[in-house]
Design a protein around this ligand. Structure first.
Ligand code: ADP
Length: 453
């Protein structure tokens, strides 16, 4: 699978998962909101119904005598009652003394005798309301038009505590059902719309999330290709040397020695490359430094100047040191790695400075940072390359650098070491005038005593 297809498919998959999960969350939230609205409506309606039924019950019950018979004193609470549902074709208007709110809403009142036959009906006349038993106190009923009603049933007793019958008060749920069905519609229509937005957002977010992964994938591919290329160069050179020698009919001792020296050179180049790659891999994995390791920068600067003095001399370059601090500067970290870091900067400065030039290795302190500057009067680096020279295998001028033996890993290693030590490297350069590499490292908490000689 090529890179394009792989990333496109992964992006699709991520976006789909995102949309799917968000869809479920939205659906569950929508359901929750709907349930909450439904519950709030139901509770409010039940509370109102219970209040009305309770008031009616308390008013009617003291007036009752014979089971199933409605005394005249109870009539005022039941305006224009009818004895059977068939007689009750119109909504009864509120009587003067009847609790007004009872008929302002969509309510009906029914009185049943002990055998649950209808004795009177007042208020709304729901067509074909399926009469139900009074067994349960709270019920949902439906009329012929499928309008739903909520009904509460309360038993009525006469003063002798004899069961007179039942009082049923019901209210129409038409308005509430209409409102709930509009909420349902909004949720059902809104969900696919929201899913569409989530899908687009998911696609965009997946693209953003994958950008660094794609970059590091491309870097890895580039690195593999560069590493293979760099490894192939000395191997191909060694192979060519061996083949040309094998073609000779005879081999003198001098020729054999020369061939072996060439092979040795290529071999060393190869093993140096492998060591650099291994070091980079180790640095990539190194998360924390050992707390007790520390390195004195004054010693490091003078050791490097001493080691490279002969090389500078052979190239007719002046190598100077400029240490601005009196107290020993200690930084936490691996001494060998820090040595390699500064060594790489100085050897580059010597390599890229023509004869008669000058390289200065300076050490200073700024706040809590130790600052090492490697300044040369060499070829310099054009601005467009200055950010790239720290990339692995990057060389400004490949052919020229290959002659100097460089593989393009020197600054990548320096940068990786400085990062591992919490430091920073930057470069300031003017083409044709020279470059200054500035390395700052945090001064360590571990201060070791100055070694006594
Ligand atoms: P190399 O091993 O090829 O020197 P580096 O990673 O050390 O690779 O350097 C990367 C590139 O940066 C080199 O190709 C070189 O062109 C440029 N460079 C590094 N140091 C200097 C310097 N002091 N002056 C000019 N160019 C430099």
């Amino acid at each position: 699978m090529n890179e394009q297809t792989l990333f496109r498919q992964t992006r699709w998959r991520l976006a789909s998962w995102y949309a799917g999960v968000m869809g479920i969350i939205l659906a569950v939230s929508g359901l929750g909101v709907y349930e909450a609205i439904d519950h709030a409506h139901r509770t409010a309606a039940d509370r109102e119904l219970q209040a009305i039924a309770g008031r009616l019950h308390d008013n009617i019950e003291p007036t009752l005598q014979q089971p199933g018979e409605i005394p005249a004193s109870a009539q005022r609470f039941l305006p224009d009652p009818c004895n059977s549902p068939s007689q009750c074709t119109e909504t009864v208007r509120a009587a003067e003394h009847a609790p007004g709110e009872m008929f302002q809403g969509n309510y009906y009142i029914r009185l049943l005798d002990p055998s649950q036959d209808l004795v009177a009906l007042a208020g709304l006349k729901p067509p074909g309301l399926i009469s139900s038993s009074s067994a349960s106190e709270w019920q949902f009923l439906k009329d012929r038009d499928k309008t739903r009603y909520r009904q509460v049933t309360l038993p009525l007793q006469n003063p002798n505590e004899q069961l007179w019958g039942y009082l049923q008060v019901g209210s129409s749920l038409k308005d509430s059902d209409r409102y709930l069905s509009s909420v349902r519609l909004a949720l059902f229509a809104g969900l696919p719309l929201a899913l569409g937005f989530v899908g687009v957002a998911g696609w965009w977010l997946a693209g953003r999330a994958m950008r660094p992964i794609r970059q590091s994938y491309q870097q890895m591919q580039q690195f593999t290709a560069d590493a293979a290329h760099e490894l192939r160069t000395p191997i191909a050179a060694a192979q060519a040397t061996v083949e040309s020698v094998l073609d000779l009919p005879q081999l003198s001792e001098a020729e054999a020695r020369e061939t072996l020296q060439t092979l040795d050179r290529q071999n060393q180049r190869l093993s140096q490359l492998i060591q650099d790659l291994l070091l980079l891999t180790r640095l990539d994995r190194q998360i924390q430094l050992k707390q007790n390791d520390a390195c004195c920068l004054q010693d490091l600067v003078s050791d490097i100047a001493e080691e490279l003095a002969a090389l500078a001399l052979s190239k007719k370059i002046q190598l100077l040191t400029d240490v601005q601090v009196d107290q020993p500067l200690w930084v936490n970290g691996d001494e060998a790695q820090l040595y390699r870091l500064v060594f790489n900067l100085v050897i580059n400065a010597i390599q890229y400075t023509p004869e008669g030039g000058k390289v200065t290795l300076a050490l200073d302190q700024q706040d809590q940072q130790a600052v090492i500057q490697v300044q040369d009067t060499g070829v310099g680096i054009v601005p467009e390359y200055q950010a790239k020279i720290f990339d692995r295998f990057y060389r400004v001028d490949s052919d020229r650098n290959r002659q100097t033996g460089g593989s393009g890993l020197g600054l990548a290693i320096a940068s990786a070491i400085s990062q591992t030590h919490g430091g920073k490297i930057s470069v300031q350069s003017q083409p044709g005038q020279g470059s200054t590499f500035i390395l700052s490292l945090p001064i360590g908490s571990v201060r070791q005593p100055t070694p006594t000689l």
